[in-house]
Design a protein around this ligand. Structure first.
Ligand code: ADP
Ligand code: MG
Ligand code: ZN
Length: 641
């Protein structure tokens, strides 16, 4: 999320609200003037000859006549005409008989003398003063609405004295939500895994519960703790759990809520937040996604004043509040490297608590917590699901359980089955099955060979995880099929050989297509991307290339958001890196081609089997691959042990 302030955005916003304001004012003006000048509204005029006018009088059709002595026009209404319809004609010069004619036929008549009537005043009032009133009034209303939207505060920028100003002292509210700790309904029991993070936070809880114990000995509680980790790992959840455990008031606000259009408003919100907090101490202030305000201040000229003021205010509040009272500031971010250094120094966020992606045991525990909320068939094995979801975050796992429950309901069952869970893993990893994509038989064949290619290369490589599933059912993510590999047990290091094997496996799909059809398809684009990224990381980050050895050639950005690395080398080296990356990928490609060449009979057999069945298990795959029909590869046997 990037909610920081971009000056252009501001301008745009301002311009847009100005435009809305002008439109509203115009519409209002039209409405009012219509009400006041009925003529404008729907008067219709027919111009007629003077003779027609006289005839109308003589035939007693005329109801009322108005003479304008200045312009010499005569307006008259007919008895049978509609309400606002009148005729207009020009007075015939020196027609002295007109008055007596009108008298004769009992017509009401009047004269209108210009430049000397109260009408003029009204006219002036309406045409000059009214628009002004409307504009100012509209501006004031708009201003008030803006303030409401942004949460009032008593800062100066749009305040009294301004054109639209006056009488609008805001209340100075930061829109932090305060809940009583117990009401968050979350405790450490609801957070699975993350034991180290919990340990760090337990101390804070204990301080908040009885601060005296700590102050008696002269210990200072950490003022702030910063939870850092990838999205969906439970940072927000942990913060709420701390409040729930400690049973103290909990102020939650998102960093982006401090981001304001007008200089000073964000800072005022920060001030207000801490004022409220000190009234309720001991308490917890939780600033979620703090990177929105805490971004490193830049040194360039066009720095963002508003954001800097807000950050400065935050820094000084964190220094200023009375620590004895027990206000703990928690914050969460998944972009710690973008935070201003000043925020991280001791006395502010002096504790940094990593909240990493869960490991195997953590995943199983998280699945269990969420599985407790849904009805399950007896005998469900969650460890299988945990094994097949390396790299999944807590949020992903919660989502898997929910998808499974949805699937059960969709199929008219009232309990979640193992099948549901397995299917929803696919949904979360690769997207829903896509019914609208109907592949031709030929395309199906190509995809079958492609996926089987991955699978066979994977099976023949010592360092890669066993295949557990191959499918050629198109997914909403755009994948036309996928091969799932699941490691028996989790490991945290990848050897160079494993990385090379992985590249070979990724090349397996394309290699199979080339080998069998002598053609290439676009289906391998994602494989190519991943293989290249891995090869690049091997060269620039892991020091795994013969050519460069242990030299860091890149610097990682956004570790938690999957950002790539930035090269930190000369242009010449960059070129050599590209060559080295290319060499590594090509090496994998050749390995894949060779492996498939050697096992082409099995490749045919499995691909056709897959094409018929659409989804096959790892077991079925291995059965065919290792069946002793004279074509079984030697290495596969070692693999199944
Ligand atoms: P973050 O703030 O780190 O992006 P959240 O705390 O908002 O992630 O987590 C999103 C959801 O994922 C939580 O509401 C919870 O349902 C689930 N979740 C994440 N991590 C865990 C965990 N460790 N234990 C249990 N549930 C978790
Ligand atoms: Mg969060
Ligand atoms: Zn592929």
């Amino acid at each position: 999320m990037n909610t920081n302030q971009d000056p252009n955005m501001n301008d745009q916003k301002k311009r847009r609200s100005m435009l809305i304001y002008i439109i509203v004012a115009l519409v209002a003006y039209l409405l009012v003037s219509q009400a006041l000048f009925p003529q404008i509204r729907n008067a219709s005029v027919t111009k007629v000859d003077y003779s027609t006018f006289l005839t109308d009088i003589e035939q007693d059709k005329v109801k009322e006549v108005e003479l304008n002595t200045g312009s010499g026009t005569i307006r008259y209404t007919l008895k049978d005409a509609e309400e606002s319809h009148y005729n207009e004609t020009t007075q015939f010069p020196n027609d002295t008989d007109l008055v007596s004619l009108l008298r004769e036929h009992n017509v009401d008549f009047s004269a209108k003398i210009p430049d000397a009537s109260g009408d003029l005043w009204l006219y002036m009032l309406l045409s000059y003063v009214l628009p002004l009133v409307i504009f100012i009034g509209g501006g004031w209303l708009l201003n008030r609405r803006l303030r409401k939207q942004m949460g009032d505060d008593n800062s100066m920028n749009f305040g009294s004295g301004g054109f639209f100003g006056g009488g609008m002292g805001g209340l100075g509210k930061s829109n932090a939500k305060m809940v009583k700790g117990e009401d968050t309904g979350v405790t450490f029991h609801d957070v699975a895994g993350q034991d180290e993070a919990k340990d760090s936070l337990v101390e804070i809880v204990s301080f908040l519960k009885n601060p005296d114990k700590y102050t008696a000995i002269g210990a200072r509680c950490p003022r702030g703790a910063l939870l850092v980790g990838p999205p969906g790992t439970g940072k927000t959840l942990l913060a709420r759990a701390v409040a729930g455990e400690a049973g103290v008031p909990f102020f939650q606000i998102s960093g982006s809520e401090f981001v304001e259009m007008f200089v000073g408003r964000g800072a005022a919100k920060v001030r207000d937040l801490f004022k409220q907090a000190s009234e309720k101490a001991p308490c917890i202030v939780f600033i979620d996604e703090i990177d929105a305000v805490g971004k490193r201040r830049d040194t360039s000229i066009n720095s963002n004043d508003e954001r800097e003021q807000t950050l400065n205010q935050l820094l000084s509040e964190m220094d200023g509040f009375d620590n004895q009272k027990g206000i703990v500031v928690l914050a969460a971010t998944n972009r710690p490297e973008s935070l201003d250094q000043a925020l991280l120094r001791p006395g502010r966020f002096d504790r940094r608590i990593p909240v990493e992606l869960p490991d195997l045991a953590g995943r199983e525990a998280i699945l269990k917590i969420h599985a407790d909320d849904v009805k399950m068939e007896p005998g469900i094995d969650l460890s299988v699901i945990a094994k097949s979801t390396p790299g999944a975050s807590g949020a992903d796992l919660a989502n898997i359980i929910n998808e499974a429950a949805l699937r059960a309901v969709r199929n008219g069952r009232n309990r979640v089955s193992q099948e549901d869970l397995i299917e929803s893993v696919d949904v979360v990893i690769a997207g829903e099955k896509k019914k609208s994509t109907v592949l031709s038989e030929h395309e199906k064949e190509v995809v079958s060979y492609h996926e089987t290619g991955h699978a066979i290369v994977a099976a023949m490589q010592k360092g890669s995880a066993p295949v557990t599933k191959i499918t050629i059912v198109p997914r909403t993510s755009g994948a036309l099929g996928f091969t799932m590999q699941v490691d028996e047990d989790e490991h945290f290091l990848t050897t160079r050989q494993e990385a090379k094997d992985k590249i070979a496996v990724l090349c397996g799909g394309r290699a199979a297509e080339e080998l069998i059809f002598g053609e290439m398809t676009t289906g391998a684009s994602n494989d190519i991307e991943r293989a290249t990224a891995l090869a690049r990381a091997m060269v620039t980050q892991y020091g795994m290339s013969e050519k460069f050895g242990m030299v860091a050639l890149g610097q990682q950005r956004n570790r938690y958001l999957g950002g790539g690395s930035e090269l930190t080398c000369s242009e010449g080296t960059a070129q050599e890196i590209d060559a080295e990356v290319q060499r590594l990928v090509e090496e994998g490609h050749q390995t894949a081609l060779k492996t498939l060449q050697e096992n082409r009979f099995k490749l045919h057999e499995i691909a056709h089997y897959l094409q018929r069945k659409e989804t096959i298990t790892g077991q079925e795959f291995m059965n065919i691959l290792t069946r002793d029909d004279g074509f079984a590869p030697k290495m596969a046997a070692a693999k199944t042990e």
